[in-house]
Design a protein around this ligand. Structure first.
Ligand code: NAI
Ligand code: 15L
Length: 273
């Protein structure tokens, strides 16, 4: 049966807030979890991923989990270790103990951020798009923690039969705000479509997908996402003229623009907290 009650970790964050708005229309009842309280949501669980007791209670009785909680930018290793590595382990353990079968894990393009991006004129053909099985090349400790999450998901599938769809999200914001984002943008509507597909597709085992819209300037292969039933409806191209007029085309010889991870490979943005 399709999952109905879904735990959304990281529910107070940017993506969590977008998904709180969009996923209920698919029939999901969301249980919310975040270290930060959420205004207007008195039933949300306010706890750290380090609080294994709270986590175990939070996952009890849900049909599936969308795991967004974590540090979403670069940070000192000790912080990444606690929130993203140990935190994700704690979540998987809680899910195993409570018998939750399916997790959708918010991985990131930064797990493969040092991969050179396709060069030349878009749209890029099948031989040029970055496949999901390209070798991991994390661009930060942050990206490294997403590699860990993907490997943890594989272990929990092989060892315990816990299913995961790891979504290597590009940039999910209301609108693309940089020329790079024209290639990696995932509209919020497509994000909800992809999470819904990841929650409902059958026999996913551990599946890795890229998370983006069907952008004209797309850099990666969406076929594993489409195989889940995902049909993206959006394309960032309408924003291209304005952004290119403002910022110029990407120069592939500029180290800031040479790789999938963009400026994360040169000047990683730091988590402010
Ligand atoms: P965000 O930084 O806005 O939200 C993350 C949330 O996680 C915050 O509300 C924070 O309080 C919570 N959190 C952090 N550490 C925690 C801990 N130890 N225990 C409990 N809660 C904790 O990030 P955003 O943009 O909403 O991203 C959500 C997830 O998706 C993150 O895992 C991020 O790495 C991933 N992602 C997001 C992308 C995007 O375009 N928004 C792109 C690629 C990946
Ligand atoms: C990420 O992984 C970050 O969480 C998000 O804030 C964006 O910076 C995104 O990648 C990106 O690559 O644009």
């Amino acid at each position: 049966p399709a999952p109905r009650t879904v735990l959304l970790t990281g529910a107070a964050g940017g993506l969590g807030t977008l998904m709180r708005g969009l996923l209920p229309a698919y029939g999901y009842e969301l249980r919310l979890f975040d270290a930060r309280p959420i205004e207007g949501e008195p039933t949300a669980i306010t706890a750290e991923l380090a609080d294994t007791g709270a986590l175990r209670e939070a996952v009890r009785g849900v049909d599936a989990i969308i795991h967004l909680a974590g540090i979403s930018l670069e940070a000192p290793f000790a912080k990444i270790l606690r929130s993203n590595i140990e935190g994700t382990y704690n979540l998987y353990e809680a899910a195993r103990e409570e018998g939750v079968r399916r997790i959708v894990f918010a991985s990131s393009n930064h797990a493969v951020g040092f991969t050179p991006r396709p060069r030349g004129e878009p749209p890029f053909g099948p031989g040029e798009l970055i496949p999901v099985d390209t070798p991991r090349r994390p661009d930060t400790y942050y990206g490294l923690s997403k590699c860990f999450g993907e490997d943890l998901a594989q272990l929990y599938w092989d060892q315990h039969g816990t299913e995961t769809v790891s979504v290597r999200i590009g940039s999910c914001f209301m609108e693309p705000s940089t020329v790079r984002m024209l290639s990696v943008w995932m509209s919020p509507g497509d994000g909800a479509r992809l999470f819904h597909a990841a929650l409902t597709a059958e026999d996913v085992g551990h599946t890795v997908v890229y998370g983006s819209s069907a952008n004209t300037r797309l850099w990666w292969d969406l076929s594993s996402a489409r195989a889940l039933g995902y049909e993206p409806r959006d394309d960032s191209e309408q924003y291209a003229p304005g952004l290119i007029a403002e910022q110029g085309e990407l120069d592939p010889d500029d180290p800031d623009h040479a790789c999938l991870g963009g400026h994360f490979v040169t000047r990683p943005p730091m988590w402010p907290h």
